[in-house]
Design a protein. Structure first.
Lengths: 457, 457
């Protein structure tokens, strides 16, 4: 869900892109972006952006939580933490301090499909961070002295971000219930009892299997050219030996969803009851041509911002919800989700909210969408993205996500153009094909009430 | 659920066991049963039963569907089929024909926790079936010529037993939704798209990893003694080399269930709408002492047969259900389930049935059970089992299930005695501890109605 302030800011730039589109030019994301592959199989992507003498340097691994061995949920994220715990050359905890001493920032992130590391730094320090990142790709040194305290850090992270956040607990139980077989149902941070059983050996096994250059992507965005990056990448990353053959990423395919699921989580800390509904739908990498783009537009029409159908009906007109949104989450390797979200106002119930939401969905299935809605949605979504990529790091991240979830550089570049070509019929088709209650889970997050049966323990 | 005819038959023998118990003797199941282990690690169990000169010969492997590699659901069951496809000595399909020519019967079965093979045959043919079973434990020969047609057989089996049976589809979606992480959520027969991808290599890999004598249990019941069996077992099975070290069976531990789940499957073929509820509870092998026995008794009191609370209230008094039952399923390695089941009569809805069922559960939580109910449940359950083990094959099977799901020969033998010692308080304790809606899924199987949202495809 996008916040309202972002939406307001976007409204200000939307006109510009309408003009650009009106002039008949084909919008391309990250124009000038090139890609090549080193001899050891590592892919390199260069995204020129000469507005300032800075670079965003990222290494992405084509591995995420959904690739974890069964029963070791959280190991991908745990390893991400441990990547800061030192090599022969760099002492534990020094990595980020060195980057900071050179005026840079760094961070890392783990999702179901990828794990990424990035630094943003002055252009002349690029070789430094490349050397450091290449070093920890093959020379990670871990001792229990640093591994075990870091596991406690992750345990605490889970405690504060999931167990103490009713909406996170809710989302976790919802996903784990929703997926019948696919590992997307397992939380990225890991189940508590499995985090507690993680150790140095499991992290190293995961590292040895997946952190090999043929499974990695280098992305450099900023004040650079391919001519500059190619020799640097060959010298620094091209020398790293392949440690493991990387098989095609085969996760269990989700079986058909045939039965509408529901779930209720009660948590005494909940003040605003929350409704969630998600449908299993194709992702950008599994959809038929045009379907994913149509789902993106459908999401925007139904629930993107305050002019969307859902917001207008539930929040503005009926005044039964404090907020309401819908969106398509399509940047996944194996499947996407189509999501609805609404908070009940004090004197309404989630049953009321759900009935209104179902009416909004039924209406779109029966009567379709309007040409005007489609145009507005296209302009808005394309503007969102163009606005977002004004940030060098966000543009780099769009390429990283795409490349680790089954898409190509070209897919990213041509996205605005493909988006433009989606028709009203295509949007109505995907709505009818995928917004079928049988493919969905509906969740209610509510405060403490008398239990229907059974006592708390 | 037990059928009414079985219950009627049991009623006829129950008196006998009351007498036996009244005399103060300790009932033991399978008295005279002994166990020993061969040098290669294969366990042997001998269950003497001299009523007739026949034997039941079984080999059980400590491996089932829950041990399958991710994405290869159905491979345990597929391999079970392929075990009849020949060795160097025995041509494909000949195994069962040889057994039949010698007047015997044979079969095989696969569950989440075990895979078993058995023959019932005249005592003097025991060495023959032992030789044949030992032969296929290490000499299985598979060619695509036999593997691929057998895969079609399994595909057809799935089609007829699951896809064409609304109640089976329902059960499959229910279990896959219910388990948040544990492989018990995957169907033993396998998902269709994963069965279709099974092949000779996957079956052989599973065979090589798990069909090794140190992972197997030989059970011989019938007109034999340990003195007779020991040299036979040593000669025939003791010579089989260990092919793989068998690690402890570690399946992912199920995370806490915190949110009550619901699911509705619509199928036009449904004539009697069906209600199911299951709670996740400990199994015999994971429960604290006495808990599993108490859950068994609670199941019987709530829904075991026509004198149970559920049947009396829903079927006899309210006449809103055509049948209603509850039971504890506890013979699992990692966790058990506590189950409710009811069919709605034509002029009632599942919502009515569920409300009545919830009232029955709430009543037992609030007001407990009576001493008389406890005594009746003990007599009935113990009689059930004693009656069942009048069948040599069923007694052997009880040992096989127990030994492959974390219990011991002694656990089986002392079960009636432990059952006798369960108190009313213990039953009320497990009810309050485990019949909490947060640990449950509730499923509705209904016929074709107008869909709430979305069209069929």
């Amino acid at each position: 869900m996008r916040s309202r302030s972002v939406r307001a800011a976007l409204a200000a730039v939307a006109g510009l892109f309408t003009l650009v589109l009106g002039a008949g030019s084909v919008l391309a994301l990250g124009e000038g972006t090139t890609t090549f592959t080193l001899d050891n199989g590592m892919q390199v992507v260069v995204i020129p952006d000469h507005r300032a003498p800075v670079v965003t340097h990222m290494v992405w691994y084509r591995v995420g939580a959904a690739d974890e061995p069964r029963g070791q949920s959280g190991v991908a994220h745990f390893l991400e933490h441990l990547m800061f715990k030192g090599t022969e050359k760099i002492a534990p905890g020094e990595f980020s301090r060195i980057v900071a001493r050179h005026g840079g920032q760094d961070n890392a992130f783990t999702s179901q499909d990828y794990t990424g590391y990035f630094q943003r730094i002055a252009k002349d320090r690029l070789p430094l961070v490349m050397e450091m990142e290449a070093d920890r790709m093959s020379n990670l040194q871990l001792s229990d002295e640093h591994v075990l305290p870091e596991r406690d850090v992750v345990i605490e992270e889970r405690r504060s971000r999931v167990d103490n956040e009713p909406a996170s607990r809710f989302g976790e139980q919802l996903d784990a219930t929703f997926y019948l077989s696919h590992p997307y149902g397992q939380p990225v941070i890991g189940w508590m009892h499995e985090i507690e059983a993680l150790d140095r050996e499991k992290a190293i096994a995961f590292y040895e299997r997946y952190y090999t250059p043929n499974n990695a992507i280098l992305i450099v965005a900023g004040d650079v050219t391919e001519q500059e990056i190619r020799p640097l990448a060959e010298r620094i990353y091209g020398q790293i030996p392949v440690r493991a053959e990387v098989a095609p990423r085969q996760r269990p395919k989700e079986p058909p969803h045939e039965a509408a699921q529901r779930l209720t989580l009660k948590d005494p800390r909940v003040t605003t009851p929350l409704l969630r509904r998600q449908y299993i739908v194709p992702s950008y990498s599994t959809a038929e041509p045009g379907e994913a783009e149509a789902l993106d537009l459908l999401g925007h029409i139904l629930g993107g911002g305050t002019t969307s159908r859902l917001y207008r009906e539930l929040v503005v007109e009926d005044q039964i919800a404090s907020y309401a949104a819908a969106w398509y989450a399509g940047d996944y390797l194996d499947s996407g989700t189509f999501n609805f979200y609404a908070g009940a106002l004090e004197d309404s119930t989630l049953e009321d909210v759900e009935a209104r939401m179902d009416a909004v969905i039924a209406d779109v299935l029966q009567n379709g969408v309007t040409e005007e809605e489609v145009e507005l949605a296209k302009n808005s979504l394309i503007a969102d993205t163009i606005y977002a990529v004004d940030s060098q790091a966000r543009l780099a991240r769009i390429f990283g996500v795409a490349l680790t979830s089954g898409q190509t550089v070209e897919d990213v570049q041509t996205w605005p153009d493909r988006m433009e070509r989606v028709t009203k019929d295509q949007i109505e088709d995907v709505a009818r094909r995928y917004l079928d209650i049988r493919y969905s889970i509906t969740g209610h997050l509510v405060g403490d009430e008398a239990e229907k049966s059974g006592n708390d323990q």
